[in-house]
Design a protein around this ligand. Structure first.
Ligand SMILES: Cc1cc2nc3c(=O)[nH]c(=O)nc-3n(C[C@H](O)[C@H](O)[C@H](O)COP(=O)(O)OP(=O)(O)OC[C@H]3O[C@@H](n4cnc5c(N)ncnc54)[C@H](O)[C@@H]3O)c2cc1C
Length: 465
């Protein structure tokens, strides 16, 4: 026991396990309300689900079909907040729905869009409309058999950067955030937790203490409870569902997107993506390690088939230039059809014998991460009565001073991301802090990779002098 205590070097109010969007949002909110916060991630920030989403800040038009009005309303309200607090990375986007009468009758789509327009007041986004695709510019790249359609608006976000900006903001408010640091064990001693951490780069073990632990490990939420011996009989069950996206050579000009209705009643989205076209997503039950999720051949064929049924230009799985997959951690409510499982979030509070709180998060969306964090703060009021009030809906997220869309990043730019945004591996830089992995010409990308590797080997990092 004495040895144990000696190892406890730092004491925090809350320790957040997981640096995806939910962990990052909670860290920001809590630090801004005066709590002493530690956040750790076993890999890179946004390295898991939070960089593999469809990148929409949206109400979720399709959830109306399952009468999930509460979630749609909450998400539409949040869409307005995100436009206000993150104008640098949240952008309005117009969507076209090519009409397929065989999937849903036009009157049904019109009613859905009417409800979507009116569930929450819009300040910037236009209302939906019906369009003639024979004459409207959105019809140009589509098959000649599609003559009618609809438009509506939602928002698009760079999901990985949203995580980083929340972490930057948390750090500016005093939080300590560490990537490549895994939580390996959790021991409750009365009103406090002892948390075992492993530096995944050096192998160094450490221990810290906190009054509250937040399990924001996304698709690992169950696994984490299991490995730390905190899985209980009443812990909610989890359904892991893989979703894949493909990136293919450009199918159309313009910065609008498409929502395609498929014969199996699913919908998929098609977006412009830095000179390419991105399309997703699938929904397939998943087992295994979420970080290893990758698009299967059948998912690639399914998405190409959907594109080919709508666009003139045909796409083969061989044309795919990049694909990525994420695993949705859905709260299991015994639905058999994955389409109909709610995308809302739930909390599971474990305070055994009135001891310290372990709060686990199930589910959620990028769109609602901020309200999720606010609800967590309300729960924490029991533990920290001095907690300050809500603030994150009013204050903008920080700006990045480096140009992200560029053909010629230099050493100064790379150093910025290493020192200010926690880059520890080349992929952190080229796939998450930026999308240079996709956009840069091959020779320039090779140069950037070499330069980054060399800076990292020289010991350049976030906490370097
Ligand atoms: C295909 C797909 C499309 C989606 N599209 C949208 C969309 O368009 N709009 C939207 O709003 N939402 C969307 N979502 C939902 C959204 O992406 C997720 O709800 C959100 O990213 C989950 O974030 P998270 O922080 O809970 O999990 P994650 O981002 O997975 O973060 C969890 C983190 O915990 C870390 N971790 C795990 N175990 C440990 C440990 N022991 N120690 C330290 N760290 C640990 C992991 O490394 C990981 O980084 C989509 C999801 C998917 C899969």
């Amino acid at each position: 026991m004495l040895y144990h205590l000696k190892m406890v070097e730092s004491q925090y109010d809350i320790c957040i396990i997981g640096g995806g969007i939910n962990g990052a949002g909670i860290a920001r909110d809590a630090a801004g309300r005066g709590l002493k916060v530690l956040l750790v991630d076993q890999g890179d920030f946004a390295g898991c689900t939070s960089s593999a989403s469809s990148k929409m800040i949206h109400g979720g038009l399709r959830y109306l079909e399952f009468y999930d009005f509460g979630l749609v309303r909450k998400s539409l309200a949040e869409r307005e907040v995100m436009l206000k607090i993150a104008p640098q990375i949240v952008h309005p986007m117009e969507f076209c729905i090519p009409h397929q009468n065989a999937v849903r009758p036009a009157w049904m789509v019109r009613i859905g869009l009417f409800i979507y327009d009116h569930l929450w007041p819009r300040k910037k986004l236009p209302a939906s409309s019906m369009i003639n695709l024979k004459t409207h510019k959105f019809g140009k790249p589509l098959g000649k058999n599609i003559d009618k359609g609809f438009t509506y608006a939602d928002c698009w976000v760079d999901d990985a950067r949203l995580v980083i900006l929340n972490l930057k903001s948390a750090e500016l408010k005093g939080a300590t955030v560490k990537n490549y640091t895994r939580c390996t064990d959790l021991t409750r001693s009365g009103q406090s937790w002892t948390i075992s951490l492993k530096d995944m780069k050096s192998g160094h073990d450490d221990k810290v203490s906190a009054k509250v632990v937040i399990n924001a490990t996304g698709p690992y939420v169950h696994e984490f409870l299991k490995t730390t011996n905190h899985l209980m009989n009443d812990t909610p069950t989890l359904r892991l569902v893989q979703g894949s996206h493909i990136v293919v050579p450009k199918l159309y000009d313009g910065d609008h997107s498409y929502l395609l209705q498929l014969p199996d009643k699913r919908v998929i989205f098609v977006f412009p993506y830095g000179g390419y076209t991105m399309c997703g997503t699938t929904e397939t039950d998943f087992s295994g390690d979420p970080i290893e999720a990758s698009a299967t051949q059948s998912e690639k064929s399914y998405l190409c088939k959907a594109l080919n049924a709508h666009f003139e230009k045909q796409t083969n799985p061989d044309d795919i230039v990049w694909s990525f997959s994420g695993v949705r951690p859905l709260f299991e409510d015994h639905e058999t059809d994955v389409r109909t499982i709610s995308r809302d979030y739930r909390f599971y509070q474990d305070r055994r014998k009135d001891g310290a709180l372990l709060l686990s998060i199930f589910g959620g969306k990028i769109t609602t991460y901020r309200t999720l964090a606010e609800e967590v703060m309300e729960i924490l009021r029991n533990d920290f009565p001095q907690l300050r009030g809500k603030w994150t809906d009013q204050k903008e997220l920080p700006y990045c001073p480096i140009k992200l869309i560029t053909d010629s990043p230099d050493e100064k730019d790379i150093k910025y991301f290493i020192r200010e945004e926690w880059v520890r591996e080349v992929d952190d830089l080229i796939w998450r802090r930026t999308k240079w992995g996709l956009h840069l010409p091959k020779d320039k990308l090779e140069q950037v990779k070499k330069m980054t590797q060399s800076l990292l080997e020289k010991g350049d990092r976030h906490d370097a002098e």
